[in-house]
Write a protein of this length. Structure first.
Length: 339
């Protein structure tokens, strides 16, 4: 286990907008890059570089634990949970699906994808199934699978009946280019083409929809999506090689992901890796985080205010109506937002 530092609290005044971060609490400092987090048992659970999986308590940061799941120094950028276990997949081939028991923290590899093209961008739990999305196979088919683990068996179902375009793939930026509403699952892509794939959870119908998002080269496109039911969706991203550029990097949908409208083009803080709708707001209030900023919208993504210049954060998750956890390069932060 690497050295962990004690909790520090920094309180400061930021911007005069309606929302602001009242304080950051640094609950974990370590030499690890974290792009996937889950909240369970009043703890932040995370996976990251160096094959590391662990947790830190939200109220007592001295209560923490790290585990190394493999000697191969795998990169984990995915994490999801069901009632009994956590699951994470490393991004490189062979991709190993790890299952970690919540009570005992014992872990095992329950599935391997040995395809040379395997590169898993996101893992998402919805309606008793896990959905995993990888970069396309050699035949350019969409690589989306769902799986369940029951009675000691790992059961998979593959959705591969739509082609991805040349140079189209996903971004393993924050484990958030998969999201779900009530009846549909959505997957966002980027690169030469930035589209939304929509899976009907009732009849398994899979469709693809074009977006007006910035696209055309490997670093551009949608990095993160979130939905409030099926009525409202938000997509964010941009170009990670030109993080200050802010043209056509935010879009919203109000018709079950079919069409997308660009929002705040030229009037936002730039490249963003993760977006999360505030619980209970039905999409009106949204927080986003990028390598260089934290931003907030209180009008369904139409306008944005940068509420922090904190750098090196990749992923965020709401704890309650006023508290958000952020994680990224070498840290996990808890933030109190005032309105």
């Amino acid at each position: 286990m690497k050295k962990l530092f004690t909790t520090t609290i920094i309180t400061f005044s930021l911007f005069s907008s309606a929302q602001k971060i009242e304080s950051f609490t640094n609950i974990l400092s370590d030499q690890i890059s974290i792009r996937a987090i889950e909240i369970y048992d009043n703890k932040v659970w995370y996976s990251g570089t160096g094959s590391i999986f662990g947790y830190v308590d939200l109220k007592n940061s001295e209560n923490k634990k790290q585990m190394v799941l493999s000697e191969k120094k795998l990169q984990f950028r995915t994490l999801a949970q069901d009632q009994n276990s956590f699951y994470t997949i490393n991004i490189e081939s062979p991709a190993q699906f790890f299952k970690i028991d919540k009570k005992t923290l014992k872990y095992q590899v329950v599935y391997k994808d040995t395809a040379k093209t395997a590169f898993y961008d996101a893992l998402y739990f919805h309606k008793n199934k896990f959905f995993a999305f990888s970069d396309p196979s050699e035949d350019s088919n969409l690589k989306l699978i769902d799986f369940t683990f029951a009675k000691g068996k790992f059961l998979t179902k593959k959705y591969a009946h739509l082609k991805m375009k040349t140079g189209e793939a996903g971004f393993a930026a924050s484990n958030t280019n998969i999201a779900a509403g009530d009846n549909y699952l959505y997957v966002a892509t980027g690169g030469n083409s930035s589209r939304i794939f929509r899976l009907n959870l009732k009849n398994d119908k899979l469709e693809a929809f074009e977006t007006p998002f910035v696209q055309g080269i490997s670093s551009q496109g949608i990095y993160s999506i979130d939905f409030s039911g099926d009525k409202f969706g938000i997509a964010v991203g941009g170009d990670y090689t030109k993080q200050n550029e802010n043209i056509n990097n935010i879009a919203t949908s109000t018709d079950v992901g079919k069409t997308w409208q660009i929002q705040a083009s030229g009037n936002n803080a730039g490249y963003t890796t993760c977006v999360k709708i505030k619980p209970g707001s039905k999409g009106k209030e949204i927080i986003s985080v990028g390598d260089q900023h934290i931003s907030y919208s209180s009008d369904f993504g139409k306008t944005w205010k940068k509420i922090s210049d904190e750098k090196g954060l990749f992923v965020c998750k709401w704890i309650d109506q006023n508290t958000v956890v952020f994680a990224g390069k070498d840290k996990i932060l808890k933030a109190k937002i005032v309105f």
